[in-house]
Design a protein around this ligand. Structure first.
Ligand code: NAP
Length: 470
């Protein structure tokens, strides 16, 4: 069989493995297998691409793959679950950088040899460097914000929209200029000018990544991470058109499309429209202002009293949030769930799509603690019957259970779908203080008549409850 046909068939096989792997990632039960299947697809794609190349410097390839694998393996082992969003942010960024470098090097190669370059390729180079550049610096800023290296609050200044629009217009104008250049027909000066144009284009893209991300803060961060993930995929897809590699086009499209779908899901979960996220200057709708002042007095409860309430409960809903991840309480939570079930209670775990600090954060932690998948539910499944729930236990969640999002139009969280634990017969909130959560918004839940506050580290509090049961 012709080598080209064999390569094409291998690429198709790799693409099928990507699609199946991605499909399996959408279910908790098959996610692990899906990850392995997609990885096999990637090994096939890389192997076939490398063996098809005539001039190849294996030393460089092996050194790059070796260093990358070592860093990847170590970071997968060492990075804490709570720091995963930062890591995902960095991965997105380096994906964007890699694509940007592919676009740049391809332009450089054609430029250095005065080779004719088609309009399609120039447009693809333009898209690769621009989207890749934005994904790179945007992700670095997102990483800095999540890791608290730079302030998490939105950085806003006068004339920001005009400045950003100016940068976008400059990028588009330079792009049109670059795409109309015929490298094989330019004189020396024009050639220099074309190269400088590309350099300015890259610089402006890098700048725009920073400018468009620094203005985002607080509760909008998950959307940004998903969006940047999508950008890095689109940049890879464009890079695939630059070097005419089908499997890169397919893989990039899959990442780009799934990133956009995830962005859409996150937008809905945070009550932001995608158009608003893309074009309105993110974070402008969510400011640091607080909602209507919360009134009343919180009612603290001891672990002994909380045990008595739980012991009498027929059904219990656990609502985990970032505090569970911070306290690493997932294993004791699972243990308490088992004890409650043994005691005759119906136990469920309700997961909000933006609970924690990354999409699927709570699912991953509960899966790690071997909580059965069938016990995991979503807000829309639990909310309609919340009045029938005897006890809702909120473990380090705050924004995702804030009733102000439903009741207070002046709240920055207004309109965000929440888990309505305040409608349960009793709500026990486990946290260390009355401080607000990630969005910096006060939570009236803590002062409701049916709410009891079990103050302390979530793991210590749950462990006390477990001891009481035992
Ligand atoms: P949250 O609103 O950030 O609140 C977490 C709460 O956990 C805090 O109020 C804190 O209160 C408590 N806590 C921290 N450490 C604790 C410990 N060791 N033991 C007990 N409690 C502890 O969390 P959330 O309800 O999960 O909401 C997530 C927020 O993050 C949303 O605003 C979401 O938009 C945003 N976000 C989500 C993602 C994502 O993709 N999921 C990514 C980035 C941002 P104390 O300090 O009083 O203990």
């Amino acid at each position: 069989m012709n080598a080209q046909i064999t390569r094409g068939l291998c690429y198709i096989a790799a693409s099928i493995l990507f699609v199946f792997g991605l499909k399996m990632l959408s279910s908790k039960a098959t996610a692990r297998k899906g990850n392995i299947i997609s990885s096999i697809g990637m090994v096939i794609a890389i192997g076939v691409t490398l063996t098809a190349m005539t001039e190849i410097r294996w030393l460089w390839i092996m050194a790059g793959a070796g260093i990358g694998s070592v860093i990847g393996a170590f970071s997968a082992r060492l990075v804490k679950m709570t720091s995963m969003p930062e890591m995902v942010g960095l991965f997105n960024g380096f994906g964007g950088l890699a694509s940007m470098l592919v676009g740049w090097s391809e332009f450089h190669r054609s430029w250095a040899t005065s080779e004719e370059i088609s309009l399609l390729t120039t447009v693809a180079i333009f898209l690769t460097v621009v989207i890749g550049g934005i994904a790179f610096t945007g992700s670095l800023v997102a990483f800095g914000k999540l890791a608290a290296i730079i302030p998490g609050k939105p950085i806003l200044y006068k004339g920001q929209n005009i400045a950003n629009a100016g940068v976008v217009l400059a990028i588009l104008a330079l792009g049109v200029f670059l795409c109309t250049q015929k490298l094989d027909q330019l004189d020396t000066l024009q050639m220099k000018f074309a190269y400088i144009t590309l350099m300015v284009l890259i610089s402006l893209s890098l700048l725009f990544g920073v400018l468009s991300t620094i203005r985002i803060g607080g509760a909008d961060m998950p959307v940004v991470i998903c969006l940047l993930n999508s950008y890095s995929g689109l940049a890879a897809c464009a890079a695939g058109f630059v070097i005419l590699n089908n499997v890169l086009i397919v893989a990039g499209s899959l990442v780009g499309a799934s990133g956009i779908i995830l962005t859409n899901i996150m937008c809905k979960a945070m009550n932001r429209s995608l158009t608003n996220v893309l074009f309105s200057g993110f974070g402008a709708a969510v400011t640091s202002k607080k909602g209507v002042a919360t009134q009343g007095q919180a009612k603290p409860i001891s672990a002994e009293d909380a045990f008595l309430i739980l012991e009498a409960a027929n059904n219990v809903v656990f609502v985990p949030g970032y505090g569970m991840a911070a306290a690493q309480a997932q294993h004791v939570v699972c243990e308490l769930g088992d004890l409650l079930a043994e005691n005759g209670a119906e136990v469920k775990y309700c997961i909000h799509p933006v609970a924690g600090r990354m999409p699927g954060h709570m699912n991953v932690l509960l899966a790690e603690a071997n909580v059965p998948y069938e016990l995991l539910t979503e807000p829309q499944d639990v909310n309609p019957t919340m009045e029938m729930v005897d006890v809702a236990i909120v473990i380090g969640a705050n924004d995702v259970v804030n009733p102000a999002a439903r009741d207070d139009q002046s709240s920055p969280l207004w309109g965000m779908p929440i888990i309505e634990v305040d409608r349960a017969r009793t709500c026990i909130v486990l946290k260390r203080s009355l401080k607000p959560g990630f969005a910096g918004v006060d939570n009236p839940l803590f002062f409701k008549d049916n709410t009891r506050m079990l103050f302390g580290d979530a793991k210590a509090s749950i462990s006390s409850l477990v001891s009481e049961f035992k």
